[in-house]
Design a protein around this ligand. Structure first.
Ligand code: GAR
Length: 218
């Protein structure tokens, strides 16, 4: 695809912060994992000081799982159908996040809605990427709905996770125009390219906030 197209990213941050020791992150993903791959590549090339401690997926057929295996990243498959109820499913995810000693949880294509108990257990430590300019087009069909709605501009957002779905303070957004030549596939591809830019930068921002706000408190 043509990788050059007009877009706008705000805030205009373009550099990843340095973390020493590396920022310890957990990835929650349900799908192909192209965002996860971007983080693996940045970490492997020493361009970003992150330590991807664990991938948690709820889908044993997900592409993200193959990517973790290929890059020797620890992974766990936590499928809700193997648990008595949502609470047990989430308890297991919480246990793993704590076991792997992570500072930040990154939902990178995570398609399960988590309870307020889960979200409040990691307050201000969970971020999510969503393929729309929030608060427009929340939910799992954001790109399709933006096109169906006749939107002329769409994009992607990274935000801190709050109990209410696809809400919480925004960290970064990227916007692009939808011309009448576009279709779901072309917009999805463009949004992915923008997601791969803003997710690492947002992790960097969130990691900085997490590290600095706890300084001197313990
Ligand atoms: C991304 O576009 C992300 O914004 C979206 O899933 C895709 C995952 O892509 N997330 C949501 O829709 C969450 N509601 P990837 O698996 O290639 O990273």
């Amino acid at each position: 695809m043509n990788k050059s197209f007009n877009y706008l990213i705000s805030p205009e941050i373009s550099k990843l912060r340095h973390f020493s020791p590396k920022l310890r992150i957990a990835i929650l993903a349900s799908g192909d994992g192209s965002n996860f791959q971007e983080l693996i590549d940045l970490s492997n090339s020493n361009k970003f000081d992150i330590d991807i401690r664990i991938l948690i997926t709820n889908n044993s057929n997900a592409g993200c799982l193959l990517r973790a295996k290929k890059s020797n990243i620890p992974y766990k498959i936590i499928n809700n159908s193997n648990y008595k109820n949502k609470e047990d499913f989430e308890d297991e995810i919480m246990r793993i996040i704590i076991e792997y000693d992570t500072e930040l949880i990154v939902m990178a294509g995570w398609m399960k809605i988590m309870s307020s108990n889960f979200v409040n257990s990691f307050r201000n430590k969970i971020i999510n990427i969503h393929p729309s300019l929030l608060p427009s087009f929340k939910g799992n069909n954001a790109i399709k709905e933006a096109i169906a709605n006749g939107s002329k501009i769409t994009g992607c957002s990274v935000h801190f996770v709050e109990p209410e779905v696809d809400s919480g303070s925004l960290i970064m957004q990227a916007a692009l125009s939808i011309s009448n030549k576009e279709n779901i596939e072309s917009i999805t591809n463009k949004i992915h390219l923008l997601e791969h830019k803003i997710l690492p930068l947002s992790i960097s921002q969130a990691g900085y906030l997490i590290r600095t706000s706890f300084k001197g408190n313990d």
